[in-house]
Design a protein around this ligand. Structure first.
Ligand SMILES: Nc1nc2c(c(=O)[nH]1)N[C@H]1C(S)=C(S)[C@@H](COP(=O)(O)OP(=O)(O)OC[C@H]3O[C@@H](n4cnc5c(N)ncnc54)[C@H](O)[C@@H]3O)O[C@H]1N2
Ligand code: MOO
Length: 418
């Protein structure tokens, strides 16, 4: 289960660009090798670990796309009404059972097998009936309203690729292609802790100077959204021996250890010492805002990530760094999430060489353009700003000044959270 080489996160200590951090992680983190077979009903969100080849064509045979009448196009008068006798009936799952010859019209329903012979289907709204005769207006094209065998999927075609995270439509296509189960990465086992003497469990009577632990809930939910099996190991006490024991025990049966808090200076931090006692720890300073300090390391050969304690920093750093890392561990394709061009309605000054994300809400302006409005309070501790926002305006490293009206990249939360 070793996904790491020894001391793989070593880095010089200077401010690191996000691209550099991601490239380093990509180079040094491997994929958890174990896979499992799951029923299609359990496959949502899992990372596919096989190519799926269709065993059948979809549709398997030519069928009708509408309710109407199947006819031979050659029987239709291009300039005048055509009258044809209705000689049979084909419904979905109930084929005509014989070829239909020239001069016949077969009553047909959506999804019904096209009888041998007819090549065109007249929609019933475009016909009228005179007893058992259908009256067809001129003007239809040959082959209309017919779905051809294999027009969706051809037998033997690869319809899904190893590394995809399975969405509802992917699972539907696997079913259409004849599959009942899929080979996926086994769930990643992630141990999640919070650290900090000021933290209390929600529900406890509030103590002076304390706050309720929110990061463990935000990060736990992000992990669940990625399909991880999360071991919620609570708030770590400020007791070095217990932290060493807790991290050591978790390393034995988890693929990733995740904490939040205590990564900036680390003086009072037993987590740092506990990781170092059993592996290595490297404090990275990323050229990003919010976020910046992040600790990467390993306990034995299990990767360890210490997220910054500030709630906004912890979620944003998770999305920017830990999410791609988890996708990689799961064997998923790590493609950058889609950003969308929107108009900024705010001005913003920023430091050069730093990637910044501004929490923003989208609305339509009078001209129908999508406009990103900045959330007024932008501290790294303002968790409500993430709740109010639809996503993040992403400002690149080389930008120093943003003027209202500028076109910016918008990263909706829906691209990176469940
Ligand atoms: N002298 C310096 N001070 C700070 C620096 C720095 O470089 N030099 N960096 C700042 C930045 S940026 C951040 S982010 C924080 C990171 O601090 P830590 O990761 O060490 O986190 P803590 O000090 O433990 O906590 C920071 C803040 O977040 C609150 N917190 C922590 N855990 C949770 C939790 N589970 N749920 C909710 N809130 C949490 C904690 O109470 C603190 O208010 O450091 C800056 N300072
Ligand atoms: O990581 Mo810190 O948020 O920039 O406060």
């Amino acid at each position: 289960m070793a996904q790491l080489s020894d001391d793989c996160f070593a880095h010089g200590g200077r401010l690191m660009r996000l691209d550099e951090a991601l490239a380093l992680l990509e180079a040094r983190i491997g994929t958890v090798s174990e896979v499992e077979r799951v029923a299609l009903t359990d496959a949502l969100g899992r990372v596919l670990r096989e190519d799926v080849v269709a065993s059948v064509s979809v549709p398997a045979e030519n069928n009708s796309a509408v309710d109407g009448y199947a006819v031979h196009f050659a029987d239709l008068d291009p300039n005048a009404e055509t009258r044809l006798p209705i000689t049979g009936r084909a419904a979905a799952g109930h084929p005509l059972g014989r070829p239909a010859g020239r001069g016949e019209a077969v009553r047909i329903f959506t999804g019904a097998l096209m009888p041998d012979g007819p090549d065109t289907v007249m929609m019933q709204e475009d016909c009228s009936l005179e007893g058992d005769t259908v009256v067809i207006r001129p003007g239809i094209k040959q082959g209309s309203n017919r779905r051809l065998a294999g027009e969706d999927v051809t037998a033997g075609e690869t319809v899904l690729h190893s590394g995809q995270r399975l969405r509802p439509q992917d699972i539907g296509l696997a079913a259409a292609a004849g599959r009942t189960d899929l080979q996926v990465s086994r769930r990643l086992r992630v141990a999640l802790f919070s650290t900090g003497d000021e933290l209390q469990e929600p529900g406890q009577a509030p103590k002076p100077g304390c706050i309720y632990d929110s990061n463990r809930y935000t990060v736990g939910a992000l992990l669940q959204g990625l399909g991880c099996r999360v071991s919620d190991l609570g708030i770590l006490p400020d007791d070095r021996e217990r932290v060493i024991a807790a991290l050591g025990a978790a390393a034995a049966d988890h693929d990733l250890l995740l904490t939040s808090g205590g990564v900036s200076t680390g003086e009072e931090d037993h987590v740092k010492a506990a990781v170092e006692a059993q592996g290595q720890l490297h404090a990275w300073k990323l050229a990003i805002k919010p976020g910046r300090p992040i600790a990467l390391g390993q306990v034995e050969l299990t990767p360890f990530v210490g997220l910054p304690g500030n709630p906004v920093a912890s979620m944003v750093t998770f999305l920017a760094v830990v999410r791609p890392m988890i996708l990689r561990l799961m064997g998923g394709q790590v493609e950058p999430p889609h950003r969308f061009a929107v108009t900024a309605d705010f001005d913003h000054k920023k430091k050069k060489d730093r990637r910044e994300w501004v929490r923003a809400r989208l609305s339509l302006d009078g001209d129908g353009r999508l406009v990103a409005r900045k959330f007024p309070r932008d501290g790294a501790g303002i968790l409500s700003s993430l709740v109010e926002a639809d996503g993040l305006v992403e400002l690149p490293e080389d930008l120093t000044r943003l003027e209202p009206g500028a076109i910016v990249d918008f990263l909706p939360f829906s691209e990176v959270t469940p």
